[in-house]
Write a new protein. Structure first.
Ligand code: URA
Length: 440
């Protein structure tokens, strides 16, 4: 078999067979297919797309390109979740303790942030001593004992995706629905949980800018999950505004704690309850309505917050910052950005807010960048809020004085202020099960 022929077949709109996709993924992972040929193939897929069958086979090949995690040492049903990423997305820190407090196991592998998006591993590492890299047996022990453990990706998980994603990143082929679906689902299948909840973000801070594209991606991923005997549901949630008010690692842990205390912002609380309820539903804890009540009760009773404390303690973290987030080290600079005009917040370019936060030191420009855990943004004005000239739009936190001017420019420009109050927008757009789409 020759890669040249496969590229030509896809370029001409053909469908790749199981043998052809297996050859392509195996040989590329081994280094026997050069990047220039794989780049051409990715571009052909970008333009010609892939059938559901091709996408499912590609996902399977990518999942099996490395270790398949065996979670059978953990008792009970294991539920995983995945967010397609965004700005201020601290939902994992909130919903995994909620779900564990309701008796369902979560053995979660998370990623780091890059560019304008944050990553759960970085957020957890803002807690002094928290270990995100632990031996597998320890990971299983914590999940069995506490009900939840969150670590960075271990071992040799989906090496094909690592290589392919890096290549897509530099060949303008990231935004392809079959390629995104295969990339995400190969990791979820390899990670070994029985059920998968997908949080597909939509809007200016997300990969998918429109609800329709997000639904198309979600449908593909749900079909792949179910085809592989994993109960899978996807929620389409808003990323046209940052989620919650805080962006930045320690700041987001603080907001997660506030939310688990029942004092979180309305958008974040609503999205977290809905996501947690769906994870419980997948684990067959009851009807969706019953699962929602369980999630709410876990917050009201304080059980979910206690679960987060147990998790942090089990992974070696300093629980004093969870018990009192004011114990987090504070940034030396707190700079207020004020509004220059009256009106209403009509739009927030969420990607730009993420970039402002990265400039302050909260995110990574390159994989090698070092994160300042105390850096970030406290957004004082969100979509639809009334603004009077001189009002504080947001507070920028950093230890890098030289970054403030640039971050302020980017942050200010992210806001569109208009005379008219804009229409209310939902925080959740749709819920997708196999062959079923519910719009909210
Ligand atoms: N996240 C992933 O893991 N892969 C993609 O292709 C896009 C987002």
């Amino acid at each position: 078999m020759r890669m040249y022929d496969l590229i030509m077949k896809k370029r001409n709109g053909g469908q790749l067979t199981k043998e052809e996709l297996t050859f392509m993924v195996e040989e590329y992972t081994l280094g026997n297919i050069p990047d220039y040929q794989m780049s051409a193939m990715l571009m052909a897929i970008y333009f010609e797309g892939m059938s559901d069958e091709e996408t499912a086979i590609l996902t399977d090949c990518m999942a099996h390109s490395g270790d398949m995690v065996d979670l059978s040492a953990i008792e009970g049903i294991k539920v995983d979740k995945h967010s397609t990423g965004g700005v201020g997305d601290k939902t994992t820190l909130i919903i995994t303790p909620i779900v564990a407090a309701c008796g369902v196991k979560v053995a979660k592998m998370s990623g780091r942030g890059l560019g304008h998006t944050g990553g759960t591993v970085d957020k957890l590492e803002s807690i002094k001593g928290f270990k995100t890299s632990i031996p597998e047996e320890e990971f299983f022990r914590i999940v069995n004992k506490v009900g939840v453990s969150v670590i960075g990706q271990t071992g040799n998980l989906t090496p094909a995706d690592k290589k392919l994603y890096a290549l897509r990143d530099v060949t303008a082929t990231v935004e392809s629905i079959p390629l995104i679906a295969a990339s995400i689902m190969s990791k979820k299948l390899a990670a070994g949980s029985d059920c998968i909840l997908l949080d597909v973000k939509t809007g200016s801070g997300a990969f998918m800018k429109t609800v329709e594209d997000s639904i198309a991606l979600a449908k593909k991923m749900v079909a792949i999950g179910e085809h592989n005997n994993r109960r899978t549901v996807a929620m389409i949630t808003d990323m046209d505004s940052p989620l919650g008010n805080y962006i930045g690692n320690a700041l987001e842990v603080k907001e997660a704690v506030m939310t688990l205390r029942g004092e979180g912002p309305a958008d974040l609380t609503e999205v977290c309850i809905e996501l947690a309820a769906n994870m419980l539903y997948l684990a067959k804890n009851g009807t969706l309505e019953e699962c929602k009540q369980q999630a709410e009760e876990a917050i009201q009773s304080g059980k979910a917050l206690n679960k987060l404390i147990e998790l942090v303690e089990a992974q070696g973290g300093d629980i004093s910052v969870i018990e009192n987030p004011d114990n987090f080290e504070q940034a030396t600079i707190a700079h207020e950005v004020v509004a220059k005009e009256d009106g209403f917040v009509n739009h927030i370019n969420t990607e730009q807010v993420g970039i402002a936060s990265m400039i302050l030191g909260a995110g990574r420009e390159t994989k090698e960048s070092i994160i300042d855990y105390s850096a970030g943004i406290d957004m004082k004005k969100k979509y639809g809020d009334k603004v009077v000239k001189g009002d504080v739009l947001g507070i920028l936190y950093t230890n890098k004085g030289e970054s403030v001017k640039n971050a302020e420019l980017v942050f200010e420009k992210a806001y569109t202020i208009a005379e008219e109050k804009p229409e209310c927008k939902p925080h959740i757009y749709a819920r997708i099960e196999l062959d079923k789409i519910e719009r909210y």
